[in-house]
Write a protein that binds this ligand. Structure first.
Ligand code: 13P
Length: 284
């Protein structure tokens, strides 16, 4: 098996009324957890990496590890470029085998966002890679990209139609109130806006910042057209908390195979739960 685009997965999800979970991975262990769980539960899955993750792990390592996981479990796997901002960076990674791309021009004025995304689509489609783009701007923090609440803004449904039409993207990330990282208090999602966007465009929609969003809100978003649900923070917290707890009871531990193991178990429980919430179990 090799790395695939997310196009077929998301269309399958759209036709069947579920969402494909996209989990941010960072290294061998996090890829192992996601692949093993996807195989066990027969769930389609996307492994996502920010530019920071690809720099940390090395694109060559990450591509090879994900390909090995796809072969080992006979899984159609998408390794996805999460929030990538430049064509040079995307081009280099697509040439190394990545087939699922997000070009994030959400910080740019509308017309410039369109131009950047259109160029990314032209580049990626030559390689059969799928392209996701964001309209509106999510608040919160992911890696070193921090968007203050005042700088975030929601997706305008009418603009979404023009954006999709002018760019030729395969999926659209919407800003409807979710945020990257931890929420202060209960998140509020603008479901009316999501339905309006759905009426304007027919392509698969993407929900970023799904950590900390209650189950019923995620499921309502899926019923209204969300086909890809991005999760990072909830996995990191589960993993780190379990490793911290292990060190509290084993202060002299020094074998990474031992102290990392509880982190993987805790992360796996979250991956399973998110697959259940997304309705993706058994949908491979
Ligand atoms: P969270 O860290 O809030 O889950 O967001 C993940 C995400 O949207 C990745 O693009």
């Amino acid at each position: 098996m090799y790395l695939i685009s997310n196009r077929e997965m998301l269309h399958h999800a759209q036709r069947s009324g579920f969402a494909v979970p996209a989990f941010n991975v960072h290294n061998l262990e996090t890829v192992q957890v996601v692949a093993e769980t996807a195989a066990e539960l027969q769930s389609p899955v996307i492994m996502a990496g920010t530019p920071g993750t690809f720099s940390y792990a090395g694109t060559d390592y990450l591509v090879e590890i994900c390909q090995a996981a796809a072969r080992r479990y006979n899984l159609p796997l998408a390794l996805h470029l999460d929030h990538h901002e430049t064509l040079d960076d995307i081009s280099a990674k697509v040439r190394q085998g990545v087939r699922s791309v997000m070009i994030d021009g959400s910080h740019l004025p509308f017309k410039q966002n369109i131009q950047l995304v259109r160029d990314a689509v032209r580049l990626c489609h030559r390689y059969g890679a799928s392209v996701e783009a964001e309209l509106g701007r999510l608040g919160g923090a992911e890696d070193n990209v921090v968007v203050a609440e005042g700088d975030s803004f929601f997706t305008d449904p009418a603009a979404a139609a023009e954006f999709v039409d002018q760019t030729g993207i395969d999926s659209l990330a919407v800003a409807i109130g979710s945020a990257h990282g931890l929420y202060q208090g209960e998140p509020k999602l603008d479901f009316a806006r999501l339905s309006e966007i759905r009426q304007q465009v027919s392509l698969p929609l993407v929900l970023h910042g799904a950590s900390g969003i209650p189950e019923e809100m995620v499921q309502r978003s899926i019923a209204l057209g969300i086909c890809k649900v991005n999760v990072a923070t909830d996995l990191k917290i589960a993993f780190a908390d379990a490793v911290k707890a292990y060190f509290l009871t084993h202060p002299d531990a020094n074998d990474p195979r031992k102290y990392i193991a509880p982190g993987k178990v805790a992360m796996q429980a979250v991956v399973r739960e998110k697959m259940r919430i997304c309705g993706s179990i058994g949908k491979l």
